[in-house]
Design a protein around this ligand. Structure first.
Ligand code: SF4
Length: 168
């Protein structure tokens, strides 16, 4: 069967790839396979429509430059996983959610509005030199990342978040 030019076989192949990548990097897909495949199908539809896999739960502008932050996985996935246990769409969830130790709640939109995004783009270079987020360092392999909390596991050497230290 095909939905807006996307076949079930394409959705199944995409599901396998996204799941494999998620697991390789310490992330988890929602265990509701039908729901998850529906989100992935809409990412594939967006890819055919716009030429990039924009978030299935947000309205894309159709301009890739404008929507770079919305290409799945979006810039907001990790902060939402840390704070709510799931990304805005519910495609990615934490281990606590998967294991039923935490309940899913509704997730407010974290993406800044259009005016704020324009302001952020025109931020002077010297303002970028002072990080607005803490920088975390993996004590095992030296991987650095700027975010509110260290990742669940290091994407390079796969050690757990407890092996990260605050770097800046
Ligand atoms: S909210 Fe989830 S599904 Fe939507 S783009 Fe971000 S990571 Fe992908």
């Amino acid at each position: 069967m095909s939905h807006e030019g996307v076949s079930d076989a394409e959705v199944d192949a995409f599901y396998s790839k996204v799941k494999e990548d998620a697991e390789a990097y310490g992330y988890h897909l929602n265990s509701d396979v039908a729901f998850t495949k529906d989100l992935l199908k809409n990412i594939l539809i967006n890819n055919k429509r716009y030429g990039y896999g924009a978030c299935p739960c947000r309205l894309a502008s159709g301009e890739k430059e404008e929507d770079l932050d919305l290409i799945c996985p979006c810039d907001y996935r990790d902060p939402d996983l840390n704070e709510y246990g799931a990304c805005y769409c519910g495609l990615y969830v934490t281990k606590e959610i998967l294991e039923g130790k935490k309940k899913l709640s509704s997730i407010p939109e974290r993406r800044p509005g259009p005016e704020e995004r324009i302001k952020m783009k025109s931020t002077p270079f010297n303002a970028i030199l002072t990080p607005s987020l803490p920088v975390w360092r993996c004590k095992v392999c030296g991987y650095l990342c700027a975010r509110e909390e260290p990742p669940e596991s290091c994407p390079i050497c796969k050690v757990g978040k407890e092996r990260f230290e605050r770097f800046m």
